[in-house]
Write a protein that binds this ligand. Structure first.
Ligand SMILES: [Zn+2]
Length: 146
């Protein structure tokens, strides 16, 4: 299972609503799937962009597993971003790709094709100094265990 925080530790400020289902024991990464063409999307969408079908895509929990397609270590980020941090282009198991921050990464150990899994983590701090949370990905070994 993922190393994501349990519900008792769930954050209140999110980088973007609707990316994480935190209603259960463990947070789940949310995407959407079109019942017509079967394509899966992340971030979630309401309209299928493949077929331009309005309102047809349905919310679906994703496995949270993926692989690093490319990555970059940001040495000096924008205000509110703790630097350095790593950004990766991740191909999710269900097919979609996304750009996300990595968690518990080691720049010397990052490799292309490396498996990652979804965790909830701090993306940045806001103007009040509060942590803003969102989906991040943690490098794992092939078996999916950290
Ligand atoms: Zn579709």
């Amino acid at each position: 299972m993922t190393a994501a925080k349990n519900v008792a530790q769930m954050p209140t400020k999110w980088i973007w609503d609707g990316l994480v289902d935190s209603s259960g024991e463990m947070p789940r990464l949310l995407g959407s799937r079109c019942p017509s063409c079967g394509n899966t999307f992340y971030p979630p969408v309401k309209d299928c962009p493949t077929e331009v079908l309005q309102g047809k895509a349905e919310s679906v929990a994703l496995s949270g597993r993926g692989r690093i397609v490319s990555f970059s270590v940001i040495q000096r980020g924008l205000p509110g971003f703790a630097s350095p941090y790593a950004l990766a282009n991740i191909e999710l198991e269900e097919g979609p790709t996304c750009i996300a921050q990595l968690e518990d990464w080691d720049s010397a150990a990052l490799t292309l094709g490396q498996p990652v899994e979804f965790v909830v983590g701090v993306i940045r701090t806001d103007e009040d100094g509060d942590a803003v949370f969102g989906p991040k990905f943690k490098p794992t070994t092939e078996g999916g265990q950290a």
